[in-house]
Design a protein around this ligand. Sequence first.
Ligand SMILES: Cc1cc2nc3c(=O)[nH]c(=O)nc-3n(C[C@H](O)[C@H](O)[C@H](O)COP(=O)(O)OP(=O)(O)OC[C@H]3O[C@@H](n4cnc5c(N)ncnc54)[C@H](O)[C@@H]3O)c2cc1C
Length: 383
Amino acid sequence: MPATAQTSSMAYIPSPAPDPTAAMLDRVSAVVRSDLAPLVKAIDEDHFYPADVLHKLGDAGAYASHVTALNGGRLDLAASIKAMSIVGRECLSTAFCVWCQSTFAWYADNTENAALRERYAAAGGSGRQLGGTGLSNPMKAFFEIEKVRLKGTRVAGGYVVRGMLPWVSNLGPDHVFGTIFETDDPTPRRVMVMIPCNHPGVSIVPTGEHLALDGTGTYSVQIRDAFLGDDLVLADPAEPYVKKVRQGFILLQMGMAFGVIRGCIDIQRQMQPSLGHVNKFLDDQPDELEAALETAEAECWELAQSPLDESGGRWRRTLEARLRGADLSLRAAQAAMLFSGARGYVEAGAAQRRLREAYFVAIVTPATKQLKKMLADLEAAGA
Ligand SMILES: Cc1cc2nc3c(=O)[nH]c(=O)nc-3n(C[C@H](O)[C@H](O)[C@H](O)COP(=O)(O)OP(=O)(O)OC[C@H]3O[C@@H](n4cnc5c(N)ncnc54)[C@H](O)[C@@H]3O)c2cc1C
């Protein structure tokens, strides 16, 4: 008998409405357990890019909650951050791919170019079309840290673009990414576009090896006089659009931080039965880190309720939250190392992988140094 049925002998008890976010997070957890966990070593050591897992995470809904095209206009950024953190608790490389994918879908969902939105928002949010974001260089350029690396010339029906981006992740021959170039007009304008990796004039070249994060489909992108039609333009000029999407871009990264922090706390707890009698003298006990994590999560869930609204100091709070997320990632990874002792220091130790991964949270754009500069600039402007 259905739980909602009313009988003469029973009061009417409605069954609780199914919680779609909880169901999505359960599905993501199941993919992580069955498909991702067995691959973590290959991802970290052999630089294996887990495209199939990324598609399965897409089927589970990991990139969909913040994509209005898939949710009848509803936007739930926190659910996508939570999904990413479940992945990051196991593997930060894959959580970074999840961030790239979620951000790619976020760009497509927020463009006023209806045809481009139609082409990529639902496809990106469902993981059918994999893609990434090449916004590190422009994000640094917007804050006067470096110059825009891609240049474009206006021609009939589009732009001819050239230049090189040193790192773009979650790429492959049939992937797509969003980025920004600067026009060579006397008064240069910045234009944001989607670029398919197999577009004529575009090539992706493997990068050198890194400390970690090499199983992320990371390439340098070379663009040699590629014609990018107006159909690929996300925003022209880019600035108002970037201002719209940048808070979501940064808040989504919190999923990486929360995941790696929780993974490090897991390691600390695993060490307790054998080493608890001496680990208790260390700073940063798991309960303390967990409390700090919960405080950071609470702030993030509040900011994530309205990622398109920067008013009332929300932009500053977003930058501060992101900075605290990076700091706490490093603290937790260091604590996991110290709690593990020699078990963490051996090559196959889980703690040393988490330590190498955690540094990425602090160096991926906006890196800790950029966040501190941005906050100092806000302070100087009295904002
Ligand atoms: C594994 C990995 C994946 C990344 N994925 C992405 C991505 O998907 N999208 C994205 O936009 N960015 C990506 N980045 C770049 C990242 O977001 C940061 O921009 C980068 O880590 C440097 O940031 P920073 O602020 O510390 O700059 P800094 O390191 O202080 O300065 C960066 C600048 O230094 C120069 N530089 C330094 N080392 C090199 C090098 N080896 N090759 C070429 N130039 C160099 C370049 O001009 C570069 O822009 C990735 C980086 C890494 C290591």
